[in-house]
Design a protein around this ligand. Sequence first.
Ligand SMILES: Cc1cc2nc3c(=O)[nH]c(=O)nc-3n(C[C@H](O)[C@H](O)[C@H](O)COP(=O)(O)OP(=O)(O)OC[C@H]3O[C@@H](n4cnc5c(N)ncnc54)[C@H](O)[C@@H]3O)c2cc1C
Ligand code: SF4
Ligand code: SF4
Ligand code: SF4
Length: 356
Amino acid sequence: MHDADIKACEEVIKMATVAESKWEIKVPDKPLKDKVYFENLKSVVIDTEICSRCLTCASVCPGGITVVGDKVDFPDYETKCLDCGACVRVCPRFVYEPLSGMGPSTAFIAGRSKRFAGQDGAMVTELIVSAMEMGIIDRGLFAGRNENWETEMFHVRDPEQLAITTLSGTKYTFADVLPELKKAVKFTKNGVGVVGTPCIVSGVRKLQQEYPIFREKIKLVVGLFCTENFHYSAISQYLRDKGVDFSKLVKTDITMGKFIATMTDNEVKFKVKALEEILPSGCNVCCDFTAVEADVSVGSVGSVPGFSTISVREPIAQKILDYIKKQGYAEFGEGDPGQLGFLVGHKKKRAENLKK
Ligand SMILES: Cc1cc2nc3c(=O)[nH]c(=O)nc-3n(C[C@H](O)[C@H](O)[C@H](O)COP(=O)(O)OP(=O)(O)OC[C@H]3O[C@@H](n4cnc5c(N)ncnc54)[C@H](O)[C@@H]3O)c2cc1C
Ligand code: SF4
Ligand code: SF4
Ligand code: SF4
């Protein structure tokens, strides 16, 4: 292990100790009494294939939980698992009570940024940048991508960094948001804004529940509506087989039941249902479409094309939207929550898959 890794491990253990002494949190009971905690995580979440690949566990594990192939694993756990229990304490699926529905929305609107271009109305980018301008956060975590469309995490600290156009927009592959969030909370002075799919948002809330540093430093949690996501190896192969040339790919989108890959000179379109064969098992048991635990959730369904649908839940999000309105940074319209009914219902039904 490198010195930096050892130091990071020590910090996590220290954080875990502080968290325990401050709130007297007990790690969950081990279903497998004689096994180390990783074996419990493995038997309850990983081997049962309900793991969402949110990487909340990896973000706090001082031993070495990682992704091997497409699976979360800890190859050397027999010698390296410290049996600290941090992984089971933060895993949103160790004691899995699926969330669903719309969450406690206080406003439901449509918006389009006048300053930025994005997947829909670029309101995710607008919310993060405006929070930065207001001094609420000093960095926002973005899932960008490389030329092969593999996700790469970026800490945006200045709106000018958004000249890198690959930072905004949707990537239908998992991003390592939570391991990066640990770095962000370490370096931030004011606070961090984080963006993620509902499973990532649940991971953020677990980290905040367990560790004071995440509670203190994370100031804005933006959720993305999500029906499914994919492992990079599977979706990239699938798209190549369909004729997608990654060197020319500029946008991917799922809309009206179709997956659309837009290239500079061509478009590949097919029914999204065809992707069921590569749907990750963790998504197949996921019931949360709107990221009900986020401060504010953003998606494309529920507004006209070119606009982002915004479901506001916490006052901090409303405050940022009021600032955006006052500055004239975006135009707003009405959102239609009724349009979400089908997808919310579709995801809720996935609870049935848990029994299987
Ligand atoms: C995997 C996935 C599935 C989705 N499914 C649906 C759906 O079924 N229905 C629907 O209405 N909306 C869905 N969305 C949301 C939608 O695609 C847009 O992200 C949303 O409308 C925001 O658009 P925007 O223009 O406001 O965002 P932008 O301003 O373009 O910002 C996009 C933000 O998303 C982040 N991001 C992109 N890809 C990922 C990723 N893989 N993981 C974490 N963060 C990422 C970027 O870092 C950026 O901060 C999905 C998003 C994702 C990532
Ligand atoms: S018990 Fe601790 S060291 Fe072992 S896998 Fe879990 S988090 Fe890592
Ligand atoms: S669901 Fe998330 S926290 Fe739980 S094992 Fe999988 S990656 Fe780790
Ligand atoms: S469907 Fe979306 S929120 Fe649910 S596990 Fe998959 S990526 Fe995460």
